[in-house]
Design a protein around this ligand. Structure first.
Ligand code: FMN
Length: 239
């Protein structure tokens, strides 16, 4: 593929076929992504790759957490804390989930969510259907491989920046090999399932997941949230 085609064609895939991804493909992707630039070449990230039985156990553990968390929806905060602790589903991720988005970002977030639900025929107020769709995150959208990116806490925001570059390299290298992916911040909500399967050094914090595999022909994979116009993106010069 031409590089411009890889950039154009990469998009988030939220339904994967059962087609397997080989060890060689995974190794090749990871080696290519490791070519990413990083702050003083510190390469301040580690990555856990789950497939087969480990992937399946993680899908189960994450899905259970999410299902239990949905039982807390709409309850007063104190009840959420009590019930969440009893059910073992309070977020235990390394980074605080963003609850209040700044208005400008909130608008784009909502538009993206609504666009996706509209495509799937899910009504805005149909919480059960929305939860069902959200739950797909925790089954890794059926992907045979899921990766978890962890960043060294000692570099603060800069390791997060480097992880973003790494993720993009992974997603583009995947596309170049005919593979698809979906970055998943949703997986950083809980860290405990991952700790049960991997020896994550204590200085490394879970920042994002990435599901990987071959896209199915499900309608959800046609979703294109678009982008804002260049004029809105550019910072105007002072006149
Ligand atoms: C860091 C990061 C985290 C994301 N987390 C999720 C997620 O948890 N679930 C999901 O369905 N999509 C997730 N996405 C995908 C974004 O929604 C998607 O990139 C955006 O809507 C643009 O669409 P595109 O990737 O198809 O171009 C994430 C993307 C990034 C870069």
């Amino acid at each position: 593929m031409q590089f411009s085609e890889v950039l154009r064609d990469r998009h988030s895939v939220r339904d994967f076929s059962a087609q397997a991804v080989s060890d060689e493909q995974i190794e090749s992707l990871l080696s290519q992504a490791l070519r990413s630039p990083s702050w003083s070449n510190t390469q301040p990230y580690r990555i856990a790759v789950a497939r087969g039985a480990v992937r399946d156990r993680l899908a189960l553990a994450y899905s259970q957490k999410f299902e239990r968390a949905t039982r807390l929806q709409g309850r007063p905060r104190w009840q959420q804390l009590l019930m969440g602790a009893a059910l073992g589903c309070l977020p235990d991720g390394d980074f605080k989930p963003v609850l209040n988005y700044p208005p400008e970002l909130h608008e784009r977030r909502v538009a993206t969510g609504h666009g996706l639900y509209r495509l799937l025929g899910i009504e805005r107020r149909d919480m059960a259907a929305r939860n069902q769709q959200m739950a797909r995150n925790y089954a890794f959208f059926g992907a045979p491989v899921v990766m978890f990116v962890c960043v060294h806490e000692g570099l603060g925001a800069y390791s997060v920046l480097d992880a973003g570059i790494l993720l993009q390299s992974l997603m583009l290298a995947a596309k170049d090999q005919g593979l698809d992916s979906c970055a998943q911040g949703a997986l950083a909500m809980w860290r405990s399932p991952l700790d049960k399967e991997f020896e994550i050094p204590s200085a490394y914090k879970l920042i994002c997941g990435l599901s990987l595999g071959y896209a199915s022909d499900a309608v959800i994979n046609q979703f294109d949230p678009g982008r804002r116009p260049l004029q809105e993106f550019l910072i105007p010069a002072k006149s």
